[in-house]
Design a protein around this ligand. Structure first.
Ligand SMILES: NC(=O)c1ccc[n+]([C@@H]2O[C@H](COP(=O)([O-])OP(=O)(O)OC[C@H]3O[C@@H](n4cnc5c(N)ncnc54)[C@H](O)[C@@H]3O)[C@@H](O)[C@H]2O)c1
Ligand SMILES: [Zn+2]
Length: 347
């Protein structure tokens, strides 16, 4: 498993880390935003290096950008002893790590995740890759970075909606593994929290789950709570004016899947109400027309985590406990979406 370094002073810790490594050349990958906002925080701590900047955004997490990165690495003449640093959110980490781990059959890389989502989620577990022909993370590998350096210093420049998106994964970690953690997380004024403590706790939860099941044969599926219906919403509204960020879609997914949990895996009515209230308070209510529902349900069965034609869900038996491989019918998904639509906004 990757070694994770929690840093309170990223420039100093990165400098120290690099001084202990042996490498021939140093290359940095960043997107246009992290080049502007994050690179200045570490620039002075990195010895002689080259960098490559790509245009920010999930639309650029493609083989086309990989080709540009591989060309850049080739033109620099990077050998197998070169070290890469990926500075950015999940897009940069997934794609930069994929490029490094395939270049000359793999060179070492370190990840410095800069969005809350990438710090608490993408930083752990070794999944790397890019989107392909409209399918998310369709081409990729499992490879761990040499190290992950995490610092909440980067969050100061992260747009608030991106912070809120990452917070959905934090809330999910509490819901699936730790009831006390869930109840400690703020609902009002949630923007001002002790992010350092939250990141460390969330990373430890994800790490524990992944270490028991690195290749997602079983237990790791609990991290998918909220994601089967959530991904369907995310995909359906992707190219529309109602575009949802990942965490906003997962919040809808967690409410609807908590509803499924209430009659599939025994989540109590009180806990269902609590989960719904918390998520509505942080994310508000997403309004969408009834006509969209059947296509959203179809999209649920296209999630790559399903086996054959069963739609398998990870569902809560209580707050802090999650079960996986629970088959759910399209009619039951419809009832969960109806439940969501019946709720009133809390924000
Ligand atoms: N590998 C995994 O296990 C894993 C897990 C979860 C998500 N992901 C992937 O991660 C991606 C989503 O991650 P994301 O939300 O970080 O996306 P992202 O990398 O696109 O970052 C979101 C936005 O925030 C900007 N940004 C990031 N850090 C910033 C900072 N400190 N200051 C200012 N702007 C900043 C980025 O430029 C971008 O515009 C998806 O592609 C998803 O598939 C991977
Ligand atoms: Zn997610």
């Amino acid at each position: 498993m990757e070694s994770i370094i929690f840093s309170s002073s990223i420039k100093i810790d990165l400098k120290g880390f690099l001084s202990r490594q042996k490498y021939s050349r140093l290359g940095l990958i960043m997107d246009s935003n992290t080049f502007r906002d994050c690179y200045p925080l570490i620039q002075d701590g990195i010895p002689n290096h080259d960098y490559f900047v790509f245009e920010a955004g999930e639309v650029n997490k493609t083989l086309k950008t990989c080709i540009e990165i591989w060309e850049w690495m080739t033109n620099l003449g990077l050998d197998r002893k070169a070290l890469m640093i990926n500075l950015g959110g999940g897009v940069t980490g997934d794609m930069g790590g994929f490029c490094a781990s395939t270049y000359k059959r793999g060179i070492p890389f370190i990840n410095i995740p800069t969005s809350l989502l990438s710090q608490v989620d993408a930083s752990v577990g070794g999944k790397l890759g890019v989107d392909f022909n409209g399918f998310k993370n369709h081409i990729g590998v499992f490879t761990g970075p040499l190290a992950v350096l995490i610092s909440d210093e980067f969050l100061k420049t992260l747009p608030p909606e991106e912070l809120r998106s990452g917070y959905a994964e934090v809330l999910k970690h509490g819901l699936i593994q730790n009831a006390d953690y869930f109840s400690s997380l703020k609902v009002s004024n949630w923007e001002s929290q002790d992010w350092k403590t939250i990141i460390e706790k969330s990373v430890s939860i994800k790490k524990e789950v992944v270490s028991k099941d690195p290749k997602e044969a079983g237990l790791r599926k609990i991290l998918n709570f909220g994601h089967t219906i959530g991904h369907a919403f995310e995909s359906f509204y992707l190219d529309t004016d109602h575009h949802l960020l990942h965490g906003e879609a997962i919040a809808i997914g967690m409410i609807t899947e908590a509803y499924l949990s209430s009659f599939k895996t025994g989540l109590s009515k009180d806990e269902l109400k609590l989960v719904s209230d918390v998520l509505l308070k942080v994310y508000g209510k997403f309004d969408f027309p009834k006509e969209d529902v059947s296509e959203i349900i179809n999209l649920c069965s296209q999630d790559k985590k399903n086996e054959a034609d069963r739609i398998n869900f990870s569902l809560l038996s209580s707050i802090g406990r999650c079960e996986y491989n629970i088959p759910v019918s399209p009619e039951e998904i419809a009832s969960a979406i109806t439940y969501y639509q019946s709720l009133t906004s809390q924000s």
